[in-house]
Design a protein around this ligand. Structure first.
Ligand SMILES: [Zn+2]
Length: 138
């Protein structure tokens, strides 16, 4: 049975990490683990119900809308990290399976990435682009 990261879809070579985001427990890779709080084994199994997959999916889809906001400097962070890693728009596009033009638009702030694209960028560039809403309010 091959396990994949439930956030970015990367193949998990070990058993991965169980983290909790917004009440949903997810099996994720090391890069995505820092996006939530680590869950102990017992806790994770207790949360595994028949509706688990469905609730997880809706929870993850609504992540930005409910508890997180896209970092205001997302375009700068993406551009800086891409350049630091020596990747062209084309290189990064291939990595995350998007057109280079999409990355150009995101970096010039003409396009706000959706949660799926945001997660792919966070995973491959190893940066966090989400800010908890509670942090913005305080
Ligand atoms: Zn991941």
């Amino acid at each position: 049975l091959q396990q994949i990261c439930e956030i970015c879809g990367a193949t998990l070579h070990s058993s991965g990490n169980r983290i909790k985001i917004d009440g949903a427990v997810m099996q994720v890779c090391n890069n995505c683990a820092k996006l939530g709080s680590l869950v102990k084994e017992g806790e994770a199994y207790a949360a595994q119900t028949s509706t688990f997959q469905a609730s997880l999916r809706s929870a993850s889809q609504n992540l930005i809308e409910s508890n997180y906001e896209l970092d205001q400097d997302y375009h700068l962070k993406i551009k800086q990290m891409r350049e630091k890693m020596g990747l062209s728009h084309e290189d990064l596009g291939k990595l995350i399976n998007e057109k280079p033009s999409v990355i150009r638009l995101v970096e010039t702030r003409k396009l706000k990435p959706d949660i799926i694209l945001t997660r792919k960028l966070m995973h491959y560039l190893k940066i966090n682009l989400l800010v908890p809403l509670s942090d913005l309010k305080s």
